[in-house]
Design a protein around this ligand. Sequence first.
Ligand SMILES: [Zn+2]
Length: 327
Amino acid sequence: MGTPGTRGNEQKVMAEKVTSALVDAFLLEQLAEWEQARNNFAALSGVKVKEIDVDGMTVKVQFNPARIVSSAAKVDAKSLKERKCFLCAANRPAVQRGIEWGGHYTILINPFPIFPRHLTIPDNNHVDQLISGRIADMVSLAGDLKGYTVFYNGPKCGASAPDHMHFQAGNSDFLTIGKILEDAELVPLQVESDGEAVLSVAQDLPLNMFIIDTTEAQAAQALFDRLYAAMPVPEGEKEPMMNILCYLTEDDEVRIVVIPRKRHRPSFYGTEGENSILLSPASVDMGGVFITPLEKDFNRLDADIIRQVYDELCLSDEEMNAIIEKI
Ligand SMILES: [Zn+2]
């Protein structure tokens, strides 16, 4: 428990088996002892939400003033060097405890939530935000955290700490992607290990994405590796740009949603000028919930603007086909 001056890395809950029930109880404990987090989670119940139909697909828009910290985050190399990393155990507030997971990750509550249940899951080491070799971890984590969607934002795809590897997770029923994909047509592309993992592409959605359905983490990793190798790496980047969402389905399979990206932020991104909108899309936005920290932007967001986001940030059919041909 939070002894003042005790460092975060010395306050871990040791658990035999991490489950969503254990994590839910941990969230409540943290809210009871951490005022800032409690206030931010409580404020969520008052945030405005609206629904927009984009070509038959339902997305939500959330007006969330507290998220300005993330949406306006400076993630250039100089700014990162000058700030203390908020995901390193040594810099975390004393009150923030964690649950050890997978040998080298720690499950934390996110003090700037979007979801009613929102977690941040950093690696215990300050290493770059890169997904290479970590899909098996994501699948295992989603398997343990039933009811949560685990997600990954590439370093130029919405991550506000691109210098420290981390996943996030939030309660799945908040996002619309699960329902969207239940209704979507998936075209299978490749099968791994006698069907333990199947790679598909979703058809006729306003944004393009790949899906891996799996019952086995290593088979998913092998299939993801082939997809990863086929995706373009922009100049100056260490890996292909993408958002990934991953969750356990009703059928006890893990579904991995890979949304390839070609751009960090939309052309209208900003706070200055009449036509600028403070929108820095990440996995949550691509998963069906657009987050706007400014009320004027919340009011303005409509299907046309969201279509423009997909067109500018996500891949065209031709760009998807170029990847498919290489897999
Ligand atoms: Zn760090």
